[in-house]
Design a protein around this ligand. Structure first.
Ligand SMILES: NC(=O)C1=CN([C@@H]2O[C@H](COP(=O)(O)OP(=O)(O)OC[C@H]3O[C@@H](n4cnc5c(N)ncnc54)[C@H](OP(=O)(O)O)[C@@H]3O)[C@@H](O)[C@H]2O)C=CC1
Ligand SMILES: O=C(O)CCC(=O)C(=O)O
Length: 429
């Protein structure tokens, strides 16, 4: 039975804050600081290409459903478009457009030769069988076949997707063009050209940036009290690596709440519990229940939002008790909240720096694939750490030189490099 004949491309974000408006406000802020021309800012605030495709899929029970699949290519001034694909019910075109823009600044900040893109399908992957997810992923990539490619646009995992979906996408693309093309996606399984270290990379990058920021304040990871919202690819890996480094992870959460222990959670035991309980951590015996809202306002050294955007807003910014926030998620702190936090002396390590470990190892995966030479995990981690620490130091230096907070420092570096490249290429004025 066909349930809808007219696909609804644009759904309203459940949050009252539009992620794309937020992304444009951050760009504006950086543009003012850099004194960029209005015309240049106008170019940078528009994605270069927006694609929405129809994904007709037969579900296991025989019903035909048509999903909307978005891919937004924000900028390719510095290299091929790059960015993840999100499967989440709250995905909208405006959200994907915001995330694509963030990718542009992130890649420029890290000095990797990519532009920015993002993709997404508004579905809850938990509601579909593996077979259904495979059909959705394959059809989505077939529809985008002319818009992606190893030197055009290279997708990767984001919320709700993983190496499994990347393998289906790589295979679909390869079958369509007639030969194996591992470089069309990153975050693939190692068996088909994925990189060692990619799965943990975003969490490892978060750990490195938090370690550097604490060290600059005379603190170490050992004994630091940390709360983490989100226990998926990023939050889970960050929790594991921070725990290994001696930090005390006092709370973690998933979509329906979390667990708290003042003495620190046993993260390996919690990971094992989640694996046995279809990713749910509720009911973990060595801790008490905590809501996502309460987790955000716990007193701690570092708060790590690692789930969705717009989690820290004007509504709760004044209640945040963390001394430092590391944005593992993209866009978890709104511009207004950022100002409030800054006024209260809370350090915010911005997303385009703090969560860049994933795209850095994606880049290393792409480089290994193009050169047909694969590295051991130690080398991947070393190269990634070098790029992350270098970017961190550049942000610190920019912050001192311009007397601005870390977000504006990171943005002025990222946006400034793209603006310079656009001008040097003769694309502006
Ligand atoms: N994967 C990557 O390499 C990168 C990801 N990021 C960003 O990191 C963030 C997380 O991505 P990733 O870890 O890959 O995604 P995953 O899908 O692997 O995990 C998401 C986690 O967030 C939880 N979650 C979902 N909704 C909420 C909510 N409303 N409140 C609290 N927790 C929630 C999920 O719980 P549940 O299982 O209950 O849904 C799950 O634990 C995203 O913002 C993403 O853009 C940034 C850079 C790279
Ligand atoms: O690994 C990548 O290419 C992109 C990761 C991503 O989507 C992100 O950094 O937000």
């Amino acid at each position: 039975m066909v349930t809808t004949s007219i696909p609804v491309w644009e759904t309203h974000s459940p949050a009252h804050i539009c992620p794309f408006d937020q992304a444009c406000s951050y760009l504006d802020w950086a543009g003012k600081e850099l004194k960029l021309d209005a015309g240049l800012l106008e170019i940078l605030s528009h994605p270069r290409k927006v694609v929405t495709v129809s994904i007709p899929v037969k579900l296991d029970r025989g019903e035909i459903r048509v999903f909307a699949g978005h891919r937004v290519q924000h900028s390719d001034v510095l290299g091929p478009y790059k960015g993840g694909i999100r499967y989440h019910p709250a995905v909208t075109l405006r959200e994907v457009s915001a995330l694509a823009m963030l990718m542009t600044w992130k890649c420029a900040l890290l000095g990797i030769p990519y532009g920015g893109a993002k993709g997404g399908i508004p579905i809850d992957p938990k509601q579909f069988s593996i077979g259904e997810l495979e059909r959705i992923s394959r059809r989505y990539i077939s529809e985008l076949i002319k818009d992606i490619g190893p030197s055009v646009d290279i997708p990767a995992p984001d919320m709700g997707t993983s190496a499994r979906e990347m393998a289906w996408m790589m295979d679909t693309y390869s079958v369509n063009v007639g030969h194996a093309v591992p470089g069309v996606v990153t975050g693939k399984p190692i068996s088909i050209g994925g990189s060692r270290g990619r799965e943990m990379a975003t969490g490892r990058g978060v750990m490195i940036i938090v370690r550097e920021a604490l060290a600059d304040r005379g603190q170490s990871l050992a004994g630091a009290k940390i709360a983490i919202q989100g226990f998926g690819n990023v939050g889970g890996a960050a929790a594991q690596l921070l725990h290994q480094a001696g930090a005390k992870i006092i709370a973690v959460s998933t979509g329906n709440g979390g667990v708290f222990s003042e003495h620190g959670l046993d993260i390996p035991a919690l990971k094992a519990y989640a694996a046995e309980n279809r990713r749910s951590i509720l009911g973990f015996p060595h801790g008490t229940f905590i809501s996502n809202a309460d987790l955000l306002t716990l007193p701690c050294d570092v708060l790590i939002p690692a789930a969705l955007e717009n989690q820290i807003t004007e509504d709760n910014a004044s209640q945040i008790q963390a001394k430092m926030i590391a944005e593992a998620a993209n866009g978890p702190v709104t511009l207004e909240a950022n100002h409030t936090l800054e006024g209260r002396g809370v350090i915010v390590l911005p997303d385009i720096l703090a969560n860049a470990g994933g795209v850095v190892v994606s880049y290393l995966e792409w480089v290994q694939g193009l050169s047909y030479l694969f590295w051991d995990e130690e080398r991947v981690n070393r190269e990634m750490e070098h790029l992350m620490v270098q970017a961190y130091r550049q942000v610190m230096q920019q912050s001192k030189a311009r007397q601005v907070n870390l977000r504006l420092a990171a943005y002025t570096l990222g946006v400034g490099r793209v603006a310079q490249a656009l001008t040097d290429r003769g694309l502006y004025p």
